[in-house]
Write a protein that binds this ligand. Structure first.
Ligand code: NAD
Ligand code: DAU
Length: 353
């Protein structure tokens, strides 16, 4: 038996695979299309491990996925595969509908066919765990309570709308066909292997390269940050003990404005990689045009997973951000590998020359 991890060459998926193989004996098959966000280098440390198989392919390719499920006697599918960047969804929503909605549908169909034909007890033990986001709930006002699992879906970007649609499909496959599904809705992750189009790694790289630190709007939008391995431990726990058909919100109770995040990040860089003449990386901050439809605040109420499954994050923002910055400083080769022509094209498209 093995786990099928879709999108396992991306940021969170690769952290999940590395963590899993460092703790468990059960094999993992990664299915990844290797879009711009998928990077086999993230998994370099497990290449050659007999418990690890990498397959390049698309979650939307139903017959291909059906074959994989059979061949590897998969006992659980963890669906990380998605188009994940809000700004890209604003420039081009089509790919988000294609992968996040249609791709998830095709994946669910392949899984339903495989699961229906399983004998007991394998059928009862099977799991489909869908990795989703807090962005499906929309935006909060400054005094609103944090999102619970009962919060109405009010997605505001093409990305979050496509993730909301995929969450609904997953739910429907449980209610209609009895597929044993679990869904997690997590807040903003950060940590190693984070592609530098997202706020934290973009700011680290730009700071180190003497480039402007582009803060959207007034910089007061609030995100609820969780170190990536804490998200991975939540997923392991939900897989192990989550109630079928349930959704679990995952978050670290670390609400911060973007300006606060950039401030902390600059202070740690000032300490670890001081600039000449005692100046600060903070001087590189530039306020730029806001993201259209920019959600003002996200905050996760993680009471359900904390109380029902006993999950708690291990890192605070202070410990996690320091580890993250140290990781980027220690991995210039990884950075070189991802800052390709395609990445540079995106930076010019989004931020101008
Ligand atoms: P990512 O963009 O870093 O990785 C996505 C991976 O999916 C890449 O390896 C890509 O090649 C792969 N992929 C894309 N389309 C595919 C397809 N059709 N078939 C197979 N593979 C495909 O994303 P991430 O930040 O690691 O996010 C993983 C999941 O977690 C996503 O579903 C995202 O919505 C969700 N999520 C992310 C965050 C966050 O802060 N990054 C927070 C909550 C939830
Ligand atoms: O909340 C979970 C979501 O978090 C995930 O579902 C998404 O996949 C993930 O990308 C992330 O979405 P955000 O839009 O919150 O992340 P991003 O890193 O793009 O932006 C974080 C905040 O920083 C947001 O308020 C926009 C702002 N920002 C971002 C960039 C890239 C800037 O001010 N400047 C920037 O250059």
């Amino acid at each position: 038996m093995s786990l099928l991890v879709t999108g396992g060459a991306g940021f969170i998926g690769s952290n999940f695979v590395l963590e899993w193989l460092s703790r468990e004996q059960e094999p993992i098959v990664v299915l990844d299309k290797l879009t711009y966000a998928g990077n086999p280098e993230n998994l370099a440390s497990v290449h050659g491990d007999p418990r690890f198989t990498f397959v390049r392919g698309d979650i939307g390719d139903r017959p291909f996925v059906a074959d994989l499920l059979q061949k590897h006697e998969v006992r659980a599918v963890l669906n990380f595969a998605a188009e994940s960047h809000v700004d890209r969804s604003i420039h081009g929503p089509g790919e988000f509908i294609h992968t996040n909605v249609v791709g998830t549908f095709e994946l669910l169909e392949a899984v339903r066919g495989y699961w229906s034909a399983l004998e007991e007890p394998a059928k009862q033990a099977f799991r489909f765990l869908h990795v989703s986001t807090d962005e499906v709930y929309g935006s909060l006002g400054p005094e609103d309570p944090a999102f619970t699992e009962k919060h109405q879906f009010q997605p505001n970007s093409p990305y979050s709308a496509s993730k909301a649609a995929s969450d609904h499909l997953v739910r429907a496959y449980h209610h209609t066909y009895g597929l044993p599904v679990l869904t997690t809705n997590c807040s903003n992750n950060y940590g190693p292997f984070h592609f530098p189009e997202k706020l934290i790694p973009l700011m680290i790289l730009n700071a180190l390269n003497g480039k402007p630190l582009p803060v959207y709007g007034d910089g007061k939008n609030v995100r609820d940050w969780l170190y990536v391995t804490d998200h991975c431990s939540a997923i392991r726990r939900v897989l192990q003990a989550g109630r079928l058909g349930e959704t679990y919100n995952v978050g670290g109770r670390n609400e911060m404005t973007n300006l606060e995040v950039v401030q902390k990040l600059c202070a740690i860089l000032d300490e670890l990689r001081p600039l000449e003449h005692g100046t600060s990386y903070w001087d590189q901050v530039h306020f730029v045009k806001d993201r259209p439809g920019h959600d003002r605040r996200y905050a996760i109420d993680a009471s359900l997973i904390e109380h029902e499954l006993g999950w708690l994050p291990a890192e605070t923002f202070e410990t996690g951000i320091r580890k993250t910055i140290e990781w980027y400083l220690a991995h210039p080769d990884w950075i070189q590998g991802v800052v390709s022509g395609a990445y540079r094209e995106w930076v010019v498209k989004q931020y101008g020359a």
